[in-house]
Each structure stands twice: as C-alpha cells, then as structure tokens.
Design a protein around this ligand. Sequence first.
Ligand SMILES: CC(C)(COP(=O)(O)OP(=O)(O)OC[C@H]1O[C@@H](n2cnc3c(N)ncnc32)[C@H](O)[C@@H]1OP(=O)(O)O)[C@@H](O)C(=O)NCCC(=O)NCCS
Length: 159
Amino acid sequence: MTGQLTFQSPHAKVDICPMTEADLDDVMRVVNASFTAPWSRSWLLGALQNRDDCVFLVSKLQGVEAQPIVGVVVYSFVIDQAHVMNIAVDPDYRGQQIGDALLLALIADSNARGGTQVTLEVRTSNTAAIGLYRKHNFDVIGTRSNYYKDGEDAYIMMK
Ligand SMILES: CC(C)(COP(=O)(O)OP(=O)(O)OC[C@H]1O[C@@H](n2cnc3c(N)ncnc32)[C@H](O)[C@@H]1OP(=O)(O)O)[C@@H](O)C(=O)NCCC(=O)NCCS
C-alpha cells in the first residue's frame, strides 16, 4: 500500500488507499460518528502533512461513482513496529467486513515495510474492536489503568 497502490478486499466491497487532504471532511465525518473524543480536524490535517512516521488509509465504497469514504485506519510505523492509532468505520456500514479489510490492509502495508509486530490500545469495554483484533490473532499482553480521559482502562494488544 505504499505509494498509490490500492488494496482490494476479498470480502468487503471497498477499495483501500492512502488518505489525501481531499478526504479530510469525509474522514472527520467517520471519526466524529465513532468516538466520544475524536481527533480534531486541525490535528488530523497537521498529522497528515507532517507525521512521516504515520500511515493513513481510507476505505472507499466500490461500485459507487463518487466512492464515499466509509472507514479509516491510521498507524505509526517505527523501525519494524506498527502501532494502530485509530480505526473506525461509518456506523451505517459496520458489520460488512470493512473494519476487517482495513486491519488486513494495515497488516499488509506494515509487512511490506518490514514490520514484525502490530500493537494497539483498546478500551476494555470495546467488544466490537476486541472481537476484530482477536479474529486477527492479537493477544492481550497487558492493561493500562486509567488510560482514557474518562478513566477507562485499556488493554494492550499485540500480534
Ligand atoms: C471496531 C470497528 C472498526 C469494526 O468495524 P466493522 O466494519 O463493523 O467490523 P467488521 O464487519 O469488519 O467485523 C470484523 C470482525 O470484527 C468482530 N466484530 C465486529 N463487530 C463486532 C461486535 N459488535 N461484537 C463482537 N465482535 C465484532 C468480529 O470478529 C467480526 O468478524 P466476523 O464478522 O467474521 O464475526 C467498528 O465497530 C467501529 O468503527 N467502532 C467504533 C470505533 C472504534 O471503537 N474503533 C476501535 C478503536 S481501538
């Protein structure tokens, strides 16, 4: 997925490709609908422009002319370690293997860069995300107490 390559999911009707600034409004729509404390638009734009250590991928619906963005995943990559910073699917399109496709694309992209491990934090109550990560053989390797601003703990998961 480095450069302009597009990942075509075997199961979900989406193409996954690098995010551009033109995608910013659509991505903000998805993250605003997905998180209680979402990234700000200015933070995301700054990260997209300046964070060379980060990879931003979006999923676009196939078979629709304008190809609306229905999901996003962002991860950082240092040496051989990928860290999932966020993954989200538009609530209207959940349960259609799009999160699955985004995570598979992240893993493929990380592997192509020489990655050997993927880590992340996830709310201990986030059944859907934990289910997604477990499906892809992530293990819980620890817990961070009070990790989130509202006091909820995070599981640290790794694959
Ligand atoms: C987590 C999230 C990205 C999953 O996206 P999705 O497109 O709905 O998930 P998929 O349809 O690709 O499901 C893939 C797998 O995830 C798991 N899963 C998805 N939804 C689930 C749910 N509600 N309960 C349990 N497991 C679930 C299942 O293992 C599923 O595989 P299966 O369909 O073969 O059973 C989506 O729920 C989301 O955007 N949540 C809000 C943002 C968020 O919490 N992000 C995670 C931050 S750490």
